[in-house]
Write a protein that binds this ligand. Sequence first.
Ligand code: SF4
Length: 258
Amino acid sequence: MYSHSKLSTFEQCSLKYKYKYVDKIKVLGKSVEALLGFAVHDVLEYLYTQVKNNKIPELDEIIMIYSNTWKDNYNENIVIVKDDLTEKDYFNKGVQFLIDYYMKHKPFTDNTLETEKRINIVLDKLNNINLIGYIDRLVHNKEKDEYEIHDYKTSNSMPSQQELDQDRQLALYSIAIKEAFGHDKPVILVWHYLAHGIKVTSSRTNSQLLDLKNQTIELIKKIESTTIFPHNKSILCNWCEYKTMCSAWNTEYKYKNH
Ligand code: SF4
């Protein structure tokens, strides 16, 4: 089964793809950025689940849950790449993201249907090529009768509108939403860049989604026919959980089949 992150891993570095998805090597060291993303997503899921049950948690409760999630998941294997930042800095970033988001969106009345919604994207029925994904939050805008796929971003980077109009992940998710609710229904892709307090949107036509399906099928076929997995060294290696065992960085370590 494929996912957007599996496809992205292959595009970033096919050796990393091999370590992770072919050899299924489990490693302990996760990045602090991944923990920040996890903890913030976890508490926003809690927030909207409560709202669906007609309860709006106080901000203090939100911060307390975030703090507990952080404590429960922080350990000595978490990797902090940036020398000038500490665990506390990352923890505080999350606190600030949540305060800003809470103040801006309270009372959270945009008609959330589901959080962390698992979707199955059928790319090719005949050849049984599917993709799974999780939508951070699915909203139905009753006034416009539009569906909105919301995604939270905790990184500092802020892509251009042009980049968002080409973004693959949420566009793929919109294929599943259109399958479920109707191809004539508009689906809006919504990103919350929490470090900037900015919400940005994009959308795709049905013809663009068809092109995307075909491109994704081609990429999957390429992955499935790949037998040699060369490394692709880049700045992203600093956040790669396989760096310590990677043959591109460690000459002592000669990985089989590479
Ligand atoms: S450290 Fe870099 S080159 Fe090695 S597997 Fe990871 S991303 Fe690829």
